[in-house]
Design a protein around this ligand. Structure first.
Ligand SMILES: Cc1ncc(COP(=O)(O)O)c(C=O)c1O
Length: 452
């Protein structure tokens, strides 16, 4: 009988992260200083990040050793299982095979601790006492709160207002690990006060919350900022997902034709896909599919440009697909996918046609989430459910074509704190959001100012 779960021993856990930049013929465009428009150097980043992470941000080495202290923390929940979704396959009556990597088994319920633990470790090692961050869905804030507790750091989380209101239990979870959590925009920072002054009823956005967290970090001693996605070092830490999955697929005697992940800033997708894209660069036939919401369609409708990573323009200029740093997406339940930009590394790979991108409406995503819950038993996070939607569509297409197709997706998290969204869906109250073309046009106007 074929196994349902493929489990690695702790001793088989990868001991190095993978850096795809070493395998690219042409590197991604550099990140620029907004004042000089020159590529930024370590000194520009030193006020907000520790040197250990800055070195990883610009690293050219193919593999980077994972320090023992991080491996030890990873062992709390890693390696994570690779699961053959047999019941889902049966329900779909598909000719395809579907596997998923379950990152929802971490203490906080998502892939985010893979980088939170690493970031807290490097900060603590360099004597930092306090970290600030933003959180959209609450998953990243939970992960950093957990990691700060592991490495004895204080933690302040700016939580996007819509999530703060939709998910009060996430806040309690973060506070249980000792974090200080405020609704963003807040009155604690100049950026927050400015946004509230313009629109007191704003639902908030990741762009605004990042501004608040960065401002807090640069204006307080022994405090640094921590970002849960987008940057190279974050994707690097997340490659543990794909590296484990490769070993597990080998044990299963299989190899994916298509690798799928949802994309907010790009870290779970990158973490899963990059180690497989290494094989693609070496000639393997494989598709990588990124799934995002139609309400915040960064990769499918954004402009490729240099833009700020935050609303108050405190970050360097990132070369990425962007909806404009002032874009406030509709208040969809996949809060972790409400980001105006994306990882420059992934955007580069999209432009190099190594990644396909698809956008989905919120109700079709929840339809897929329920099919998954009813077959595989796990109530998935709304973000991850974008990947499930894409996987189901891939399986249906394979069946239609009469093809055997091996599909692998990243289940980036569970949805146990997203029950109000499920409640709304079950009661038929969940709405699709038409893509706000006019809001986008307005935000891209601001962008022109940046690019000129
Ligand atoms: C469960 C889950 N999946 C995916 C994401 C999207 O982030 P990323 O694209 O960095 O993986 C988030 C963000 O909060 C999340 O909580």
């Amino acid at each position: 009988m074929e196994p349902t779960k493929i489990i690695l021993n702790e001793s088989e856990m990868p001991r190095r992260w993978y850096n795809i930049i070493a395998d690219l013929e042409h590197p991604p465009l550099p990140v620029l200083h907004p004042g000089t428009r020159e590529p930024i150097g370590p000194d520009d980043l030193a006020p907000i990040f520790p040197m250990g992470l800055i070195e990883q941000e610009v690293a050219q080495d193919r593999y980077i050793d994972i320090p023992e202290e991080i491996l030890e923390a990873y062992r709390i929940w890693r390696p994570t299982p690779l699961v053959r979704a047999k019941r889902l396959e049966e329900a779909l009556e598909t000719t395809a095979k579907i596997y998923y990597k379950n990152e929802g088994v971490s203490p906080t319920g998502s892939h985010k601790p893979n980088t939170a633990v690493a970031q807290a470790y490097y900060n603590a090692k360099e004597g930092v006492k306090r970290l600030t961050t933003e959180t959209g869905a609450g998953q990243w804030g939970s992960a950093l709160s957990f990691a700060c507790n592991v490495f004895d750091l204080d933690c302040k989380v700016y939580m996007v207002r819509v999530s703060y209101e939709q998910k009060p239990y996430r806040k309690i979870m973060m506070e249980s690990w000792g974090a200080d959590v405020v609704s963003s925009p807040s009155m604690h920072t100049g950026a927050g006060r400015m946004v509230l002054g313009m629109d007191p009823h704003t639902s908030g956005s990741l762009g605004i919350a990042i501004s608040e967290a960065v401002e807090d970090a640069v204006s307080n001693d022994e405090t640094k900022y921590s970002l849960g996605s987008v940057l190279n070092h974050v994707l690097l830490h997340q490659t543990i997902i794909g590296l484990e999955a490769k070993q597990q697929m080998e044990i299963a005697g299989d190899y994916p034709d298509v690798v799928i992940g949802c994309v907010g800033g790009g870290s779970n997708f990158g973490g899963m896909a990059l180690p497989f894209l290494q094989d693609k660069l070496n000639g393997k036939n494989l598709r990588a599919v990124a799934a995002e919401p139609t309400a915040c369609p960064t990769l499918t409708k954004g402009a490729f440009a240099y833009d700020f990573g935050d609303t108050a323009r405190l970050t360097p200029l990132l070369p990425m697909f962007t909806l404009g740093h002032t874009f406030v997406p509709p208040a969809i339940h996949a809060g972790g996918l409400r980001y105006h930009g994306g990882s420059p590394l992934l955007c580069d790979l999209v432009r190099k046609k190594l990644i396909d991108c698809r956008a989905y409406q919120q109700t079709e995503v929840f339809d897929a989430a329920l099919v998954f819950a009813k077959t595989e038993g796990i109530l998935p996070a709304p973000e991850s459910s974008h990947a499930i939607r894409a996987a189901i569509d891939e399986a249906r297409e394979a069946t239609f074509q009469g093809e055997e197709r091996t599909i692998l997706f990243c289940l980036s998290g569970h949805g146990h704190f997203d029950l109000s969204a499920y409640d709304a869906f079950l009661k038929g109250k969940l709405e699709d959001h038409e893509f706000p073309e006019d809001a986008l046009e307005k935000a891209l106007e601001n962008l022109k100012e940046v690019s000129n």
